[in-house]
Design a protein around this ligand. Structure first.
Ligand SMILES: [Zn+2]
Length: 44
């Protein structure tokens, strides 16, 4: 995976908010992003 997919210009890990919860960040996995609160999964 390209490094730019996960890091912004500051080199910090980019966090994506859950579209359902809005206040929860998605946990990043190799092939998907997952919200541990509502179970929302976003496949890459
Ligand atoms: Zn959620």
């Amino acid at each position: 995976m390209p490094r730019s997919d996960y890091y912004n210009d500051e080199g910090e890990l980019e966090k994506e908010e859950c579209p359902r919860c809005g206040d929860t960040f998605l946990a990043e996995h190799s092939d998907r992003k997952h919200c541990g609160k509502c179970g929302y999964t976003e496949w890459n």
